[in-house]
Write a protein that binds this ligand. Structure first.
Ligand code: G6P
Length: 352
């Protein structure tokens, strides 16, 4: 395997830039199931998605996909919590573990528990021949290529892509969804083409010491992932919150020293998030918002709009992920942090 930065300053930036290909690779040869859902799928009662770190956030997005597309109850949980509960699962539960490495100790232990309880167990992972792949009944590989940056980026996008595929596979009508998915790499590429905007925004907001990331629906998990990326690589305190929960606590933190990053693309929850944005502005907070291109009304409410292309709901979490990665990257760069190997963190955590 050739490991080079492809002309970029860091592996992380290369891996962010590689995301259209990562999505294409995850989709490749897999989107050919337009014939409706297989009969054994009808027996599934529940889907439980588990993972740690970024993979937990993928699980949280996956839950939305499974429920919305396949109409099967789904839940997402940290593998480190799941393993010490006494989860009610059985043969009609599908447990899906997600992991870049397939070696995270908590995830592997949680999979053993699921197996003992008789669940059907599959794993979504990047590393082939990993422990996760050995424990599972089946593995869906990401084929994202080696990810060197400690903070996961392209494997997050690959995880979401496979979770979409899985949800579509479990759904009844698939063709339209498969067609939509094919647009993903191009939409991500459109955001990446504007990477230099994020570098200049980083110079304007990189000195803030507190960030609040807000989103709703699947974008609540992306807000958590945005906060995690910023914490991991720039050591800035950041919280990810479902926007609707803001009034139950985080709003007390809003003042001119707090930078809020809101995800408010045009979808059925955009108006709700916009009203959260107005609440932040009314309290003197600074607002950066990820908005759909052309949404001038929303843009006029915020300090720094970040525009993304109009995307189908299914693809929205993949597209909103990218601006947050780029923002974290350029802020970390500005602060002189070791982007690829942040302090105290390991690429994979193989002990508890
Ligand atoms: C570590 C890494 C994270 C990763 C997490 C889960 O904390 O630093 O980037 O998301 O482990 O790893 P996995 O291999 O299970 O996805």
């Amino acid at each position: 395997i050739v490991v080079d930065k492809g002309g970029h300053r860091h592996f992380m930036l290369k891996e962010i830039m590689d995301q259209p290909q990562a999505m294409t690779a995850a989709l490749k040869d897999r989107a050919d199931f337009a014939n409706g859902r297989p009969a054994d799928v009808m027996q599934l009662e529940r889907v439980v998605l588990i993972g740690c770190g970024t993979s937990l956030h993928a699980a949280q997005v996956g839950r939305h996909y499974i429920e919305r597309l396949a109409g099967i109850p789904a839940e997402a949980e940290s593998a480190s919590e799941f393993r010490y509960r006494d989860p009610i699962i059985g043969p009609r539960t599908l447990v899906v573990s997600i992991g870049q490495s397939g070696e995270t100790a908590d995830t592997v232990a949680a999979m053993h528990l699921a197996r003992e309880k008789g669940a059907t167990l599959i794993t979504i992972c990047n590393a082939e021949e990993s422990q996760a792949a050995r424990v599972a009944d089946g593995a869906l590989y990401m084929h994202a290529g080696l990810e060197v940056g400690v903070a996961s980026t392209k494997t997050f996008v690959a995880s979401l892509t496979i979770l979409q595929l899985l949800s579509v596979y479990l759904a009844e009508t698939t063709r339209r969804l498969v067609d939509q998915m094919a647009r993903g790499p191009g939409l991500i590429g459109e955001v990446l083409a504007e990477a230099n905007l994020y570098s200049s925004l980083a110079r304007r907001i990189g000195h803030y010491d507190n960030f609040l990331f807000l989103g709703r629906g699947a974008n609540a998990a992306i807000a958590s992932e945005g906060a995690l990326k910023l914490k991991e690589i720039s050591y800035i305190h950041a919280e990810g919150y479902p926007a609707g929960e803001m009034k139950h606590g985080p709003i007390a933190l809003i003042d001119p020293e707090m930078c809020t990053v809101a995800l408010a693309p045009r979808d059925d929850l955009r108006d709700k998030t916009l009203s959260n944005i107005k609440e932040v502005k009314a309290r003197g907070g600074l607002v950066v918002a990820v908005l759909t291109k052309g949404d001038d009304e929303a843009a006029s409410e915020v300090d720094f709009p970040l525009f993304i292309p109009q995307a189908p709901d299914l693809l929205m979490p993949l597209v909103t992920t990218v601006p947050l990665q780029l923002l974290s990257y350029y802020i970390a760069l500005l602060r002189g942090c070791d982007v690829d190997q942040p302090r105290n963190l390991a690429k994979s955590v193989t002990v508890e």
